[in-house]
Design a protein around this ligand. Sequence first.
Ligand code: PAF
Length: 282
Amino acid sequence: MTVLARSVAQLRSAIADLPGSVGLVPTMGALHEGHARLVSLAAQENTSVVVSVFVNPLQFTDLGDCDDFRNYPRDLDADFALLENLGVDVVFAPTTDEMYPGGLPQVWVRSGEMGERLEGASRPGHFDGVTTVVAKLFQLTQPDRAYFGEKDAQQLAIIQRMVADLNFPVAVRPVPIIRGEDGLAESSRNQHLSAEAREQALVLPHVLAELQERAAAGVPLDIKGARRMLRTAEGVELDHLEVIDPATLLPVEEVGEGALAVAAIHVGGTRLIDNVRLVPGA
Ligand code: PAF
């Protein structure tokens, strides 16, 4: 039976009864195939699985006083039904007051320079909101392992660094991107895309796949050309396209084994991110 915990007290009593190792999947709800993959990996590797569903105002513009936060898709009944179906042990879906009982926190976990680049340059403070809520979720659920999608490559790198820097006793498990049949990476934000916007958004996986092919073939990447394709695509506004080291998030000159091409675009008022690993000679 899946327990729904709406308060910290309910969560504590639910996890006290869990046997063996605990896998945590932190989410903001609006669950899709990508989340299902995180949950199934957590179930394979742990005795018990806890999924949090919380749209965290701290990681939105103006601490949630913005349309992006207000319009973020929320459907706890549908999320709970899906998680129950997947055999999740505990769903933690707190209210904002329950997570931040004294109002906004005074003490935050700062993401530092890693949080100021790429996504962070366009969304100042976003990653401080992420690290603060994830640190709280780690404290509350005391997981053995925690699961994060590789689509949010910057978030993943920052959480890995937070765990190392602050000695959280949790193993961070990266989970590969899930794509729709058309190639678009699964995201809760895809719900906002009209059919036309979704079609226009496909330039993003297309350009990234081309970079991946060039890297594999040992051909120069032509990042400027790739940026131009995204900048001039109909209905698309380019935020950034860079080739980075996935651990430090710093730009790389040479495409080594683990380089990532990361990009963010706006389509039809929706911000989308995606990335691919560049493997020379693959
Ligand atoms: O990736 C997300 O959905 C969120 O950033 C997370 C990790 C659940 C923190 O709110």
